[in-house]
Design a protein around this ligand. Structure first.
Ligand SMILES: [Zn+2]
Length: 310
């Protein structure tokens, strides 16, 4: 016979342990020092870069919750001895931007014009009220060089890939770049077709990034890598894109395409996990690549209009 009382307490205990585990994972903030002045913070959400300059800290991306943003800001202050004078958002996805409200109102926040448009068009509920004070308040398209303290930072929208509004942030003096989600190192990427993402154009976008002068690459997700890591990721996307073009030409069904054995350059890629798997896996990238070349996806009407030059 089932002892209901015991079963009840067992369930309570299991739920409490699960909650404690999630809390520990969300709170975790790992620091990697790349140079004297440059750090990577890793936690739940996209990778964050922190640069020390004589005029204050520069932070790239803010993770996924406002209080994670507060922790990022505190960590940036602890690492650099200064408050954040510039926050940059590589793109609009919530795991890179929802920490923004953890920064001081009045902070200079930079993104591409496209990214700011997406934040307001797609995520209006979150950015209502107080949070709106930490929306990007300066935008750029193309390329912009920013000098802060003694440091030079080059911001570049190299073209479409993960979305059509992504920025990369080159820390010129550190010979390092934050790639945002244009690089998922060692992991299957998100391809946001609805927000202008494209497998077909992504490799050319990465080639434009490779023309810049740097050695170290910080991906949006995954471990820090180098130029070879970007080249490897571009080769995977080339192969995926080519297979999807053939599938469209040959009228291959999605079901058939998902079974292809010809995608081989993903052998070192893992599924993305944020405590649990979030659906970024082999099947996902094959489906998105097929949807792009066969036109089986819909761009939301709200996204038209603010096209950005490349
Ligand atoms: Zn993203």
């Amino acid at each position: 016979m089932i002892n209901w009382k015991r079963a009840f307490w067992l369930v309570v205990l299991l739920l409490l342990s699960a909650a404690a585990y999630v809390l520990v994972q969300v709170r975790a903030l790992e620091v990697e020092q790349l140079t004297d002045d440059l750090y990577v913070l890793r936690g739940l959400g996209g990778n964050v870069a922190v640069l020390r300059t004589a005029a204050g800290a520069v932070v790239v991306d803010s993770m996924m919750l406002p209080w994670q943003g507060r922790r990022v800001r505190e960590a940036a202050r602890a690492l650099t001895g200064m408050d954040t004078v510039l926050l940059i958002n590589t793109h609009h996805h919530w795991d890179h931007t929802h920490g923004n409200p953890g920064f001081a109102p009045g902070t200079r926040v930079l993104s591409s014009a496209r990214t700011r448009h997406y934040l307001q068009a797609l995520d209006a509920d979150f950015w209502a009220g107080e949070a709106a004070r930490l929306l990007p308040n300066a935008t750029l398209s193309g390329r912009q060089v920013v000098r802060i303290g003694e440091q030079t930072i080059t911001l570049l929208h190299p073209g479409a890939g993960h979305t059509d509004g992504d920025l990369v942030v080159l820390f010129d003096d550190q010979r390092a770049i934050h790639m945002g989600d244009l690089l998922f190192n060692g992991h299957y990427p998100n391809i946001d077709l609805e927000a202008g993402g494209t497998v077909q154009r992504w490799p050319a976008t990465l080639r434009r990034v490779l023309r810049l002068d740097f050695d170290t690459a910080i991906p949006g997700h995954g471990a820090t890598t180098d130029r070879a890591g970007i080249v490897e990721f571009a080769s995977f996307l080339e192969q995926l894109g080519e297979l999807a073009r053939h599938a469209a030409r040959d009228h291959t069904s999605l079901r058939q395409f998902l079974r292809t054995q010809r995608l081989t350059l993903d052998e070192n890629l893992e599924d993305v996990r944020m405590i649990i798997p979030v659906g970024l896996n082999r099947k996902f990238v094959l489906r998105r690549a097929w949807e792009e070349t066969t036109g089986n996806f819909t761009r939301a009407a709200a996204l038209d209009g603010a096209a950005e030059g490349e």
